[in-house]
Design a protein around this ligand. Structure first.
Ligand code: COA
Length: 385
């Protein structure tokens, strides 16, 4: 039987060091005013020398596992979305699996630039829906500051480091990941590229001299692409979920540029309070941007039980992806997953309360799906508002 995949845990990690626009003014020919007006970014986090993508990921993953009340060995799969792994080989996913103590758990790395986390969620959902996995850890992490040319003002002001993670758990209760849209247009690949140090141009003195081991970006092309694709992907994912835009409680966009987010919001016709923004404090953390934003949205009470959340991203490739997630009961208990098999007498009052809320949530969600055609025909919902 097809299973639903619900978000049962979430966690984030951002390095301690804050790099402000004022500090950047001393490093390259830029200004606080230029950065704020063109991007909305005020500061970003930069990893300490001893930190790596793996260490940041492990911090975020531990927080997500704690929330889900799972041990690392309860995981069936670990998916890590990153474009800045510790090494080309071994895959950083295996390093993270080992550091977590998730003995023998399958792990792989997925590369889709800043879009990677949503690709990871969609992939994890397949393993759960097919009945192959119960618990999948999805991490989005990037330590982009080591791939940025700190002499290139076109890129170095935009990025920051961080990691975010969620646990997806199999459930019989409708909800969780409702739909997703994945896309790629490789013909635009050179708009955001690390030109060398792959097999096409291995590391050499020439690479070092020409600084082609760092990110190169055609900002205007990426901007144009992003403003077109963000709202398109979000609309397609919402349509695929069977919901309509008015059913969406919060949009969590990739945090690359405030102007891109604002244009997407306007195209979608969403009010400001339905869009989550933290690009001002983190800059573009690549694959970590959406999971960090999701965590903060939950922590700030912007995402609540029963909410429908759209996450939409774009990035290197160029790629794009969007997903609609129905957030279920957010106070998780591992036994809830198999609650039908737990004798009622052995449940605490708190556990009973969670189960009752989950059942109500599930019934309400089923009922709203059944009544959706009726609502749109009669305009009942609009009149109620
Ligand atoms: N400080 C000051 N001036 C800067 C600068 C900086 N950090 N970076 C670029 N400039 C200059 C440019 O050299 C250019 O000067 P010129 O007109 O003399 O050539 C000028 O500012 C305007 O550049 P432009 O490209 O028109 O700016 P913009 O309004 O498009 O904003 C970006 C530039 C990069 C902020 C914007 O294009 C963008 O956000 N693109 C998308 C990038 C992105 O999201 N990448 C990650 C994808 S996951």
């Amino acid at each position: 039987m097809t299973k639903y995949s619900r978000i049962t845990g979430w966690g984030k990690y951002a390095p301690e060091k804050v790099l402000t626009n004022q500090e950047l003014e001393k490093m390259v020919d830029t200004s606080n005013e230029w950065i704020i007006t063109r991007t909305g970014i005020r500061e970003r986090r930069i990893a300490a020398p001893e930190e790596t993508t793996a260490t940041m990921s492990v911090e975020a993953a531990r927080a997500a596992l704690d929330k889900a009340q799972l041990r690392p060995t309860d995981l069936d799969l670990i998916i890590v979305a990153t474009s800045s792994p510790d090494h080309f080989l071994p895959a950083v996913s295996s390093t993270i699996q080992d550091m977590l103590g998730a003995k023998d758990v399958g792990a792989f790395t997925l590369v889709a630039g800043c879009t990677g986390f949503v690709y990871g969620l969609a992939t994890a959902h397949q393993f759960i829906a097919n009945g192959n996995c119960e618990n999948v850890l999805v991490i989005g992490a990037d330590l982009i500051s080591r791939f940025v040319d700190w002499e290139d003002r076109n890129t170095c002001v935009l990025f920051g480091d961080g990691a975010g993670a969620v646990v997806l758990t199999a459930s019989d209760m409708p909800g969780g990941v409702l739909s997703f849209v994945l896309g790629s247009d490789g013909s635009l690949g050179d708009a955001l590229i690390v030109p060398a140090i792959g097999c096409k141009e291995p590391f050499s003195q020439k690479v070092l001299n020409e600084r082609t081991h760092y990110i190169r970006m055609d900002g205007r092309r990426v901007f144009k692409f992003a403003t077109r694709i963000m709202s398109k992907a979000a609309v397609e994912a919402v349509k695929a979920s069977g919901l309509s835009l008015s059913d969406i409680d919060l949009l969590i966009p990739h945090q690359a540029n405030l102007r891109i987010i604002e244009l997407a919001r306007r195209h979608l016709g969403l009010p400001e309070d339905k869009v989550f923004i933290n690009v001002d404090r983190y800059g573009n953390t690549s694959a970590a941007s959406i999971p960090i934003a999701l965590c903060e949205a939950i922590e700030e009470g912007r995402v609540n039980e029963g909410d429908n959340v759209v996450m939409v991203g774009f990035g290197g490739g160029l790629t794009w992806a969007a997903t609609v997630v129905h957030m279920g009961v957010m106070e998780t208990l591992p036994r809830l997953v198999a609650w039908r098999f737990v004798p009622v007498g052995s449940l605490s009052f708190e556990e009973m309360k969670v189960i009752a809320r989950a059942t109500m949530d599930s019934l309400a969600f089923k009922a709203s799906a059944l009544l959706l055609p009726l609502y749109s025909k009669t305009g009942l919902r609009r009149r109620r508002k």
